[in-house]
Design a protein around this ligand. Structure first.
Ligand SMILES: *Cc1c(COP(=O)(O)O)cnc(C)c1O
Length: 379
């Protein structure tokens, strides 16, 4: 079945008890048993809940995976994945990954004895094999990266990592499965913050992991229950509702991003636009190969940090806020906001950088807002 059809139907047959067409919010902690151990597949909602199960089935189908696990947040999903590590296992991560991912690696896992190293998008195609000569359990990738919109060749990186005995995790939050399916490119695990495009309306926090590897799936299912950072039924329902319109939303997000990119490139106050859809972007050819379109996250460098701060304060439609992937457009200053925890470290992002999450208002209104803000901010 096609993506759009799966998004609406996978895991979502009418409710067997009532015929409800929409999967109900099963707000219950426990389930009656007919006799000891005789039940209808559910015992306790941390272990399994029908609303969460519907989301897990649907989103796994969208990632072309037989197994999926929904969590209370993207970070809960990431933290659960890192529980696959044995004591002393090393992690190699893409250097401009999500700030919270670096915080987890540097401030939680490294002090606990997991060596953590980073590799940049530019170095990765050349140096990955050499950097994996040190035994490594986990290669943690994002593509496009956050916030610099770098591109990683997921198939090539997965082949190198597998030859070195490492597992590959791809954080697919920016692309969504509508634009990119990392498991089909060779990754072992795909991870999402469902808070972003999958929920799509900035009204829920959630996370998700899928795999095609049965042994990893069994262990993740065990860890999901044992650690307990599960998605609640209402949150699961919100994300499931978001998935139904993911395809139409992503098409419009991408079209609006194209308009915004073209407008920014015409402005002298903008030193450079970072967007994988631009032929001048170093990852353009790889992105064109592994993605269906280029997404709606756009970054640009202003002429100075002061100018960047004036611009993010001057827009009206683009709301100054962290997060991304909702219907409303957002603007932010990564160094002082989403990536503040990287300041001063080797993963720090430039202070001139401005990040946009291009929403579903009209491209025309969004361009007018940016032009007005750039006029007001000066260079
Ligand atoms: C937001 C985000 C996360 C963390 O997800 P939460 O739902 O906020 O815990 C991880 N990776 C990326 C790329 C993100 O944008």
């Amino acid at each position: 079945m096609d993506f759009e059809t799966l998004a609406i139907h996978a895991g979502q047959a009418p409710d067997p008890a009532t015929g409800a067409v929409t999967v109900p919010i099963y707000a219950t902690s426990t389930f009656a048993q007919e006799a000891v151990g005789r039940h209808r597949g559910y015992e306790y909602s941390r272990t399994g809940n029908p609303t969460r199960r519907a989301l897990e089935t649907c989103l796994a189908a969208l990632e072309d995976a037989p197994h999926g696990f929904a969590f209370a947040s993207g970070m809960a999903a990431a933290a659960t994945v890192t529980e696959l590590l044995a004591p002393g296992d090393r992690i190699l991560a893409i250097s401009d990954a999500y700030g919270g991912t670096h915080r987890l690696f540097r401030q939680v896992l490294e002090p606990r004895g997991h060596p953590v190293d980073t590799i940049s998008c530019e170095a990765l195609p050349i140096e990955l094999a050499q950097r994996l000569e040190t035994p490594t359990r986990l290669l943690w990738l994002e593509s496009p990266t956050n916030p610099l919109l770098g591109i990683v060749d997921i198939a090539a990186a997965s082949a190198v990592a597998h030859a070195a005995g490492a597992l590959v995790v791809v954080d697919n939050t920016f692309a969504t499965p509508f634009l990119q399916r990392p498991l089909l490119l060779g990754a072992d695990l795909v991870l999402h913050s469902t808070t972003k495009y999958l929920g799509g309306h900035s009204d829920v926090v959630g996370g998700f992991v899928a795999t095609r590897n049965p042994a990893l799936a069994e262990r993740l299912g065990f860890l999901q229950n044992a650690l307990g950072a599960v998605a609640g039924p209402f949150d699961s329902w919100l994300v499931l509702r978001g998935l139904k319109t993911l395809a139409v939303r992503m098409r419009q997000h991408c079209a609006n991003a194209g308009e915004v990119v073209a407008a920014l490139r015409a402005r002298p106050e903008v030193e450079a636009v970072l967007y994988p859809g631009l032929p001048s972007h170093p990852g353009h050819a790889v992105a064109a190969r592994q993605m269906a379109d280029f997404g709606a996250m756009v970054a640009f460098r202003a002429r100075s940090e002061a100018a960047a701060l004036r611009i993010v304060a001057a827009t009206r439609l683009f709301t100054l806020a962290e997060s991304l992937g909702g219907v409303e457009s957002l603007i932010e200053h990564p160094l002082r906001m989403t990536h503040a925890s990287t300041a001063g470290s080797q993963e720090a992002v430039p202070g001139t950088l401005v990040r946009l999450s291009v929403g579903l208002e009209t491209g025309r209104d969004l361009v007018a807002d940016l032009n007005r803000a750039l006029d007001a901010a000066g260079s």
